[in-house]
Ligand binder design. Structure first.
Ligand code: MN
Length: 314
């Protein structure tokens, strides 16, 4: 294997200058091949409240300029252990959700090829469904670890079955989810009824609620998550609204009382050694962000996900 090409050298081109790729990594066309790709899906036609996550990918890239190559928390060099590159943004129909879902599915299949790991930056949470379909083709039922304030297992909005509040119900109905090994983390806020929780459990999701973070040590929570995921292929979906609005104001459906960035990053680090096959970071809506607070949190979450990818790919 040739040596991976890393980020632009910041001693030659300052971090605030030059091309805006994720972590200043090379673009896909600038490397012989890549083991892992960060790409953007600028789609937000599935949102139910504040729109704007279509601007998420470029905001996360812009907010990722300060990421450096060595991760001391994990003693890892995510961009040296594998070739990571930025595959740009997908051109996706903003007027037709069905067509968008099918474009995302086809493109994720092509882009991942036989061996590349995709880390997708959204976009709203609708995009998780086509991404999970492609994972299921490769690995069978997937252990989904879903960070979110919301369950996203609702049925329809205004009769629409494909929205950012429904991807995990559709995924469960389609048999994409491993019923014994999937989990929500960070659930909080008012629901429609107790039934929402019962249904989500029937769809295969255990849950770490946000209040558990106030009452249990982080190690206990990480143990619970690792036990639930086991040795199954794991897909991690991070809705940035899992964070408290103080840590992530720039998002579409904020809920008070969320995780801190520190808690989220620490839980992601705690997943090291699991069989991570893909991930997304979604729901960054920059119009409501200030000083890149949300963008920086999303960029760091993406960085931690890249840091825990299995060494030999999958
Ligand atoms: Mn969500």
């Amino acid at each position: 294997m040739t040596e991976p090409i890393g980020p632009v050298d910041s001693t030659h081109v300052p971090r605030y200058g030059g091309d805006t790729t994720f972590a200043r990594l090379p673009r896909l066309g600038e490397v012989p091949d890549a083991d892992a790709l960060v790409w953007g899906v600028p789609f937000d036609t599935g949102v139910s409240y504040r729109p704007g996550a279509r601007f998420g990918p470029n905001h996360v890239r812009q907010s990722s300029r300060l990421l450096r190559p060595y991760n001391p928390a994990l003693d890892a060099q995510p961009f040296a252990a594998r070739q990571v590159s930025d595959a740009g943004d997908l051109g996706v129909n903003p007027f037709d959700i069905g067509e968008a879902i099918s474009t995302i599915e086809t493109s994720a299949r092509e882009l991942s090829g036989t061996r590349r790991t995709l880390v997708t930056v959204g976009g709203d949470h609708t995009i998780a469904l086509p991404l999970l379909r492609v994972q299921h083709e490769r690995h069978g039922p997937i252990a989904v670890l879903h960070f979110d304030a919301h369950l996203d297992t609702w049925d329809t909005y205004f009769g629409a079955p494909y929205t950012h509040g429904t991807p995990f119900r559709r995924a469960s109905e389609e048999g994409l989810i491993d019923f014994e090994h999937s989990m929500h983390v960070g659930i909080r806020g008012p629901l429609y009824s107790r039934l929402d929780l019962d249904e989500s459990e029937e769809m295969g999701f255990a849950a770490v609620h946000c209040r558990d973070f106030a009452r249990s040590p982080l190690d206990t929570i990480i143990d619970r998550i690792r036990t639930r995921l086991g040795s199954r292929p794991v897909y991690v979906s991070v809705d940035i609204d899992v964070l408290d609005p103080g840590f992530a104001p720039g998002t579409g459906t904020p809920e008070a009382g969320g995780l801190s960035s520190r808690e989220l990053l620490e839980v992601l680090r705690g997943l090291e050694g699991l069989n991570l096959v893909g991930a997304d970071v979604v729901e960054v809506a920059p119009a409501y962000d200030h000083a890149e607070i949300t963008g920086i949190a999303a960029a760091h979450a993406t960085y931690e996900l890249l840091s825990i990818l299995p060494a030999g790919g999958h």
